[in-house]
Design a protein around this ligand. Structure first.
Ligand code: ZN
Length: 245
């Protein structure tokens, strides 16, 4: 069954599973059941698409009716869902903000290395996604660690370690035990933006809040905070499309 919403070329297809068609793109709708939810809810997840949260007793049909009512809201927010760009031969990937082409070199020895705008990946094609994943995480950790050590040294702060994650909701965090967490996707940002996020989390080692004193310290460590924030606002969500199968 198809329910059309002509406005803004958005079409809701109520198959199992349901999905949206927006200018030729299929956007999945993830239907989740929550025993705690009291109302039907809708949100946009930059990686999973549209997430429809149903209370325990709500029918899927009621969910579809709700989606149709909210179609304008979805249409204006759908641009936050980037297309996915899995790690494949020929794909472009920004590395510290500079475009690099993933280039499969099956005949070569070695593993993965970046050179002149290419990321060369040796070995069998079926291992390419995993090799790219391991390599990007490792490189992200190396890059981030350099700046974390530098900034922490500047303010004479200590952290207990660095963990890489892949969260949609935050680029970094600092735990009360002094552990720094970062998304590996910082590697895809221009270096200056990556450095801002590292400076931000390191400054939390001193101030576990966003007080004026905290921001003064971030400013001291990283002079282009506003520029970095602006960049993240307009480009951050787009980074979630890379390396997603
Ligand atoms: Zn913060």
């Amino acid at each position: 069954m198809k329910m059309s919403a002509d406005r803004r070329n958005l079409e809701l297809v109520t198959d199992t599973p349901p999905y949206l068609v927006c200018e030729g793109r299929n956007i999945p709708i993830e239907v989740k059941r929550s025993p705690r939810a009291v109302r039907i809810k809708l949100r946009i997840d930059p990686r999973r698409g549209v997430v429809l949260l149903l209370p325990k007793r709500a029918s899927l049909k009621a969910g579809m009716i709700f989606l149709r009512q909210e179609i304008d809201w979805i249409a204006s927010n759908i641009k936050r869902i980037p297309e996915t760009v899995p790690f494949r031969d020929g794909v472009m990937l920004p590395l510290l903000g500079r475009p690099h082409r993933i280039t499969h070199v099956p005949e070569q020895r070695g593993f993965v290395w970046a050179e002149d705008g290419h990321i060369y990946v040796a070995g069998a094609a079926e291992h390419l996604p995993r090799r790219m994943k391991d390599w990007t995480r490792k490189l992200a950790k190396t890059e981030i660690s350099v700046w974390a050590a530098d900034y922490a040294g500047k303010i004479d702060a200590r952290y207990s370690g660095i963990t890489l994650r892949d969260q949609v909701t935050r680029w970094g965090s600092c735990s009360s035990t002094g552990r720094l967490n970062f998304s590996w996707r910082l590697l895809l940002m221009p270096e200056e933006v990556m450095r801002y996020i590292v400076a931000h989390e390191v400054a939390h080692l001193r101030h576990m809040n966003h007080s004026a004193a905290f921001w003064a310290l971030v400013d001291e460590l990283h002079p282009r905070v506003e520029h970095a924030k602006k960049w993240l606002k307009s480009n951050g969500a787009d980074l979630h499309k890379y390396g997603v199968e």
